[in-house]
Design a protein around this ligand. Structure first.
Ligand code: FES
Length: 120
């Protein structure tokens, strides 16, 4: 898999996210004005489903569980409790369509905070 047309640009409301399943890969597509972004549909903090816990406003995505917040288009963490950015798929728009590079499924490593030292 590589670049895939995932939806029409008009399918995603402004300042909103939309959950899509593209050939078995779940992707959240975000829109702010005429800018689009795509990322895995889970919070990088504790794996909450962002389509349920995510709140979009003024170009910011907030996970309502512990209030981590990101820029919806760059995925950068906003000042505050967020400690990790969002993983981002490459996105382009063409002829009214949103096209996402799904060559490699992006997943967070939720084991990287394991500090029980049992791998020494
Ligand atoms: S699970 Fe999303 S901020 Fe904690």
């Amino acid at each position: 898999m590589s670049w895939k047309t995932v939806c029409a640009m008009a399918d995603v409301e402004d300042n909103a996210i939309k959950l899509l399943n593209v050939d078995g890969i779940s992707v959240l597509v975000a829109r702010v004005g005429e800018q689009y972004a795509a990322y895995p549909p889970v919070c990088p903090h504790m794996e909450e489903p962002l389509e349920e816990s995510g709140l979009c406003a003024k170009g910011k995505l907030t996970c309502t569980k512990h209030l981590w917040q990101w820029d919806m288009i760059t995925g950068e963490a906003e000042p505050g409790p967020a400690e990790k950015p969002l993983l981002m798929y490459e996105v382009r728009t063409e002829d009214g369509q949103v096209i996402v590079n799904l060559e490699k499924e992006l997943e967070y490593d939720f084991d990287d905070d394991d500090d029980d030292d049992d791998d020494y």
